[in-house]
Design a protein around this ligand. Structure first.
Ligand SMILES: CC(C)(COP(=O)(O)OP(=O)(O)OC[C@H]1O[C@@H](n2cnc3c(N)ncnc32)[C@H](O)[C@@H]1OP(=O)(O)O)[C@@H](O)C(=O)NCCC(=O)NCCS
Length: 162
């Protein structure tokens, strides 16, 4: 039976391999550190879907606040193991994230998704999400020695990750 729970530091390895399926090849030590610091933040939640003790999906959400808008929840990342898709697991995680948003008195859940992720777009629309606008993403490296860091924000999207 699939259950949803909040993440623990010991989920780092499972989160790492699922993150690769999202198209990001991250280093274990960095991910482990970021998972630890994220788990300590009250305005963030990392949810794990687990089946028989195995983590098969994760969702990260956080509360954001803009000057021009009331607090809202952003689904920062979501991935379901490729062998377990179309089994209602993504839907289950999103329902928990929406409940988490309501509990924080946020009336809106929003997210951004690369144009190539057509499957994910169908999924979000099926769950009642609307395409509210189309945007370009801009970024600049301000450390000449670390220009490569920019590429970390660009997922590898191919048959493995879509
Ligand atoms: C997008 C993703 C999270 C969906 O998770 P999932 O567990 O497979 O989705 P669910 O089984 O809960 O699907 C719920 C509904 O969404 C729709 N849906 C899901 N996958 C779909 C697909 N490939 N094509 C069309 N509709 C789809 C269906 O209506 C589905 O209901 P149904 O199976 O009863 O028809 C998963 O495919 C995934 O991890 N993709 C790769 C990573 C990714 O794109 N993440 C999002 C980044 S923005």
């Amino acid at each position: 039976m699939v259950v949803v729970r909040t993440a623990r530091a010991s989920d780092a390895d499972a989160v790492l391999s699922l993150t690769a399926q999202l198209g990001y090849d991250v280093e274990r030590s960095g991910l482990q550190a970021r998972l630890g610091s994220t788990l300590a933040k009250p305005d963030h939640v990392v949810l794990i879907a687990e089946d028989a003790g195995h983590a098969i999906a994760w969702l990260h959400a956080s509360v954001w606040e803009y000057l021009e808008a009331d607090r809202f929840v952003v689904v920062v990342g979501l991935v379901v193991d490729k062998t377990r898709r179309r089994q209602g697991i993504g839907r289950m995680l999103m329902a928990h994230a929406e409940e988490w948003a309501r509990a924080r008195r946020c009336s809106i859940v929003r997210l951004w998704s690369s144009v190539e992720r057509a499957t994910a777009h169908e999924f979000y629309e099926r769950l009642g999400y609307s395409r509210i606008k189309t945007q370009y993403a801009f970024a600049k490296s301000v450390d000449a020695d670390r220009d490569d860091d920019l590429t970390r924000f660009v997922p590898r999207l191919d048959a493995e990750t879509l």
